[in-house]
Design a protein around this ligand. Structure first.
Ligand code: FAD
Ligand code: MG
Ligand code: MG
Ligand code: MG
Ligand code: MG
Length: 551
């Protein structure tokens, strides 16, 4: 006879051995995921979907491998090689997760409901609208392109965010070449049609400009020999340099290489207006200049989606630019709502907000002062909860907290090494200046998706052990550590089979061998063997036959 375990499996009648009933599971909590990009997909792939009733909502029924979008614009890689149907990803999870192809247009955190609209079908009311209840909501809707309200951008520029955008750009490049070839155009008009303008000198703009340059010099020049000398590519950047998020060596190399390639890099220019025929930019020295162009790609700035802006107003974040979460990726003051990836930013807790609490916890002997040892004892916890402390010590080339204490005590060092609260505050006064915002990258979004899925997989433990203002070692069983981003490095493909890479530890590598590293990393990062094979065969085809210019 079996005794009741009190756990998930209960035996109805301990007397009879035939009376084993089906386990009585409590109803599973509803998890709703918005978005099937880097954040949402990584979350879903790592979630133990047996624990929850999961529904996914996205206007796109596929995941797109965005780092290869610039390659699609030049036909190096085919569009279908970089997308993976979301239903295929979900099928691998046992087919329990539901997917609705729709767009969320409103979140109602009070009644824990979201409102959606299908773009493929309509209901009885004829509008395709429906609502979905949630216990937990994961917002992973990414960002939209920000035009900074520059007139004419939406009407006249291409963006490079989605697979369709990349396809449109490719077609538009070909149109420009065909138009420039027409018999009735004069030289000026041919030049105008063959002037390609890229706005934004970040990684995407730079990669697009260089892949367009390769496409033109390696493939199109053979097909359009009589007009190839009229082609011009301009890269416009408002800051003083391109690729400012990279090491100076990479920026310099890129600017030099573009100079040699004949790509006109215009730094210090701000685009203020785009009309059908000309793009107007501003520079303090030259004033406004207008240049005719054939095609323009706007590749700068990210903005918040309108329904997220509405949601932020509802929850008291109206004055913020981006939806804020805490370090556990929870939207503050909003029960059960999480946000990851480009649509959100982590609001790192400041040391100064908790300074008295930290002092109290550290002062184990209640002496009212802290010894170096007392601080040392909780240092690991401080580092976990407030990573800016470690960054600060590193930036000041200090070897540990003792150095910081010494710097706060100044000359009185010999007298005593104990700090009172005022001195402790003074010692840490500047550390919060080191709080860093994470970049809007696939790397961040996917690490957040993975982190959050792991938290969800252990949620029961977490609910029993909410975190305190600082984590105190040895206390609690499964207290989650805050999300911590691990930077694995970043590539900047520069064309001509050359790539620059900035890897952790400020390791810089530039050139042809780095391009091979790029190939292998992006082949490895593919979400399935299917897309991996397609991408590698696209690359191989390109090496043998060149790029496909038919479209
Ligand atoms: P996304 O991946 O944009 O996903 C958002 C999802 O939400 C999409 O599925 C979308 O359809 C869906 N959605 C939108 N609106 C709604 C709605 N109302 N309701 C429901 N769902 C909605 N990062 C790197 O780390 N390395 C690179 O090399 C790199 N290269 C890039 C190249 C290009 C051309 C671009 C555009 C981006 C690149 N990035 C790169 C950045 C990276 O793509 C983003 O940081 C990443 O996609 C962010 O992931 P996310 O999940 O937050 O958003
Ligand atoms: Mg997403
Ligand atoms: Mg994506
Ligand atoms: Mg973010
Ligand atoms: Mg003490």
């Amino acid at each position: 006879a079996a005794a009741s375990s009190g756990g998930l499996i209960a035996y109805a009648d301990s007397g009879s051995d035939a009376a084993v009933e089906k386990p009585q599971l409590p109803p599973r909590k509803k998890v709703v995921v918005l978005g099937t990009g880097w954040g949402g997909t990584t979350f879903l792939r790592n979630l133990d979907s047996r624990l929850y009733d999961v529904q996914v909502i996205s206007p796109r029924n596929y995941f797109a491998f965005t780092p290869l979008l610039p390659s699609v614009t030049s036909g190096t890689v085919e569009p279908r090689s970089i997308v993976e149907p979301i239903r295929r990803i979900l099928e691998k999870k046992g087919g329990e997760i539901k997917f609705w192809e729709a767009e969320c247009f409103k979140i109602d955190p009070q009644s824990k409901k979201i409102h959606c609209r299908s773009n493929v079908g309509t209901n009885l009311e004829g509008n395709g609208e429906f609502s979905v209840d949630y216990d937990y909501l994961v917002i992973a809707v990414g960002a939209r392109t920000n035009t900074f309200n520059t007139p004419g951008v939406v009407e006249n520029c291409h963006f490079l965010k989605e697979v369709e955008d990349a396809q449109k750009i490719r077609r538009s490049v070909m149109d420009c070449f065909e138009r420039a070839s027409l018999p009735f155009l004069n030289e000026e008009e041919r030049k105008k049609n063959l002037h390609f303008v890229v706005v934004g000198g970040g990684p995407t703009g730079v990669e697009f400009a260089s892949s367009l340059h390769d496409f033109v010099t390696e493939d199109l020049s053979k097909l359009y020999p009589s007009i190839q000398h009229l082609v011009k590519i301009s890269l416009i950047e408002a800051a003083d340099h391109i690729l400012t998020m990279f090491d100076k060596r990479i920026t310099n190399f890129a600017e030099d290489k573009f100079g040699r390639d004949g790509i006109d890099v215009k730094t210090g220019y701000k685009v203020v207006k785009v009309s059908k025929d000309a793009i107007t930019m501003q520079n303090p020295a030259t004033g406004d200049i207008s240049v005719p162009y054939g095609m323009a790609v706007w590749s700068t700035g990210i903005g918040t989606r309108p329904f997220v802006v509405e949601f932020m107003k509802q929850i008291g974040q109206a004055n913020r630019r981006v939806l804020a979460t805490d370090e556990w990726l929870r939207v503050r003051e909003c029960d059960g709502v999480y946000a990851i990836g480009d649509c959100a930013t982590i609001n790192q807790r400041k040391v100064m907000e908790d300074i008295s609490e930290i002092f109290r916890v550290a002062d184990k002997d209640k002496s009212g002062t802290l010894t170096v040892k007392e601080i040392q004892d909780i240092l690991d916890d401080i580092y976990v909860r407030y990573p800016q402390v470690q960054l600060y010590l590193k930036s000041k080339q200090m070897n540990g907290i003792a150095d910081l204490v010494r710097s706060a005590k100044g000359d009185a060092e010999k007298e005593s090494m104990e700090l009172n609260i005022a001195e402790f505050k003074k010692a840490l006064a500047l550390v919060d200046s080191q709080v860093k915002f994470l970049p809007a990258t696939a790397q961040v979004a996917s690490q957040q998706g993975q982190y959050l899925a792991r938290c969800f997989n252990k949620m029961k433990d977490a609910e029993e052990n909410p975190e305190g203002p600082i984590r105190i070692r040895g206390e609690g069983r499964h207290r989650f550590l805050p999300f911590r981003y691990r930077h694995l490095g970043q590539f900047a493909p520069l064309g001509g089979e050359q790539t620059a890479a900035q890897l952790p530890g400020d390791w810089i590598s530039i050139g042809h061998s780095t391009q091979w590293l790029w190939y292998s990393v992006y082949a490895t990062k593919q979400i399935s063997w299917h897309t991996r094979m397609l991408v590698v065969s696209d690359w191989t085809r390109r090496f043998i036959f060149g790029r496909d210019s038919s479209c």
